[in-house]
Design a protein around this ligand. Structure first.
Ligand SMILES: [Ca+2]
Ligand SMILES: [Ca+2]
Ligand SMILES: [Ca+2]
Ligand SMILES: [Ca+2]
Length: 412
């Protein structure tokens, strides 16, 4: 039996290797049968997306953009062109099946599935159709090749930035509140991001610079804090830093939201609206606080504020970036475990679970689509896009079936 298990383990390595080699191929000529995917599987996959990427505390602009880029390259050849639109639009956008993609259909799909705001998607439709007229799906089928990771991604971000640069959208629209993550952390190389105002900070930038270690000994001491508060916070020089003085500085200088600033102030102040040396000496140990601890403390405060009032995920720039900041920079932080179920990795696990014997995507066609979706996700997360087509997947599935049969024969 031990030998059998060893043999099966070796076989699984062989299967993985063959799949890996197959993944390097890029010839492709058969579109996956979008029409053949069952409604149950489509709904179940959408539920996975909503749960892990596009709603509630897990929702981020980056996540919505990535899901958009995942879905648009239907055949996963790293190019977006007419054949992708011909597969995607009739099934998922043209709800009334009249051969036209109209404004309401565009908005419905992109708000419900990708989690974008109605105002953004309405703006996007104007970008495609300046007259506001419906687009013929047969015209979409003629769209030439655009590279997914460069040209198409850039076009998508251009529309987002053009929208956010209008009026006060950058400060009020949920999609725009998450834009710093895209332009400063995840995709700063995109040309589109040159139109993004670099003075708008990411949450990570904000929480990195709040308390300065003046003498550079790695600790923020009681005296350094007192000097900072007296010099920079106590604007009327009455010996008290009030809540208004505190939040005013945090909003204006650090860009941190009033909600988060207030929460931290109340913690420091002890409730008499007069933060002074007495409070500092009570809270800060005589040895000072290591500077490396502050970002962890502050992200904890941010998550606490957002979780207390989940509406803030839609309206507050700090909360809008909390999940991405946590997953990228603070994977070990206890408060950040609030987002343990968020992100594309969890989404991939969720859809993979649908292919089990009793799952909503257990048929062969559905499980191929799930496999393809997993590959599309990987092509957003990995440094480069790797074409991995339906033929490669068929080859792998056949091998997996072979492997399963072998497992049965050997009682493994
Ligand atoms: Ca494609
Ligand atoms: Ca229609
Ligand atoms: Ca110091
Ligand atoms: Ca004062």
């Amino acid at each position: 039996m031990v030998v059998d298990k060893l043999f099966m383990m070796q076989m699984s390595v062989v299967v993985l290797l063959i799949c890996f080699v197959a993944g390097a191929r890029c010839d492709f000529n058969v579109l996956p049968p979008q029409d053949a995917i069952s409604d149950e599987c489509v709904v179940a996959m959408e539920t996975c997306a909503a749960k892990h990427v596009t709603t509630g505390r897990c929702k981020t602009t980056m996540g919505s953009l990535q899901l958009n880029l995942i879905r648009v390259d239907v055949d996963n050849n790293c190019q977006v062109n007419g054949s992708d639109f011909a597969a995607e639009v009739p099934r998922f956008y043209d709800i009334d099946n009249d051969g036209e993609l109209c404004r309401n259909e565009w908005i419905a799909r992109r708000t419900r599935y990708f989690g974008f705001s109605t105002t953004l998607t309405d703006f996007e439709f104007n970008d495609f159709s300046q007259s506001g007229a419906c687009l013929k799906t047969s015209d979409l089928a003629l769209i030439p090749d655009m590279d997914l990771r460069s040209v198409y991604s850039n076009n998508a971000v251009v529309r987002l930035i053009n929208f956010c640069n209008q009026g006060d959208n950058m400060k009020t629209n949920r999609d725009c509140l998450g834009l710093p993550t895209i332009c400063k952390e995840k995709r700063p190389e995109l040309d589109a991001c040159r139109q993004f105002d670099p003075s708008i900070k990411t949450l990570k930038q904000k929480i990195d610079v709040v308390f300065i270690d003046v003498d550079g000994d790695g600790l923020v001491s009681q005296q350094e804090l007192d000097n900072d508060f007296t010099t920079n916070y106590d604007t009327d020089r009455d010996g008290c830093v009030t809540q208004v003085e505190w939040t005013g500085r945090w909003e204006a200088v650090f860009g941190i939201s009033g909600e988060v600033a207030t929460y931290v102030y109340v913690f420091f102040d002890g409730g008499n609206n007069c933060l002074n040396r007495t409070d500092i000496d009570l809270i800060v140990p005589p040895t000072g606080i290591p500077t490396t601890m502050f970002p962890d403390i502050l992200i904890t405060d941010v998550v606490t504020v957002c979780e207390k009032k989940p509406d803030l995920y839609e309206t507050n720039a700090d909360c809008a970036q909390a999940v991405d900041t946590c997953l990228t920079y603070f994977p070990e932080n206890e408060a950040c475990s609030a987002y343990a179920q968020c992100g594309l990795n969890r989404y991939t696990e969720c859809i993979s679970g649908l292919t089990s014997l009793w799952g909503d995507c257990c048929s062969k066609t559905d499980s191929i689509e799930v496999e393809l979706e997993g590959r599309r996700v990987r092509n957003q997360v990995a440094p480069a896009c790797e074409p991995y087509t339906i033929e490669d997947i068929m080859a792998c599935l056949n091998l997996q079936n072979f492997f399963r049969k072998m497992s049965g024969w050997f009682g493994y």
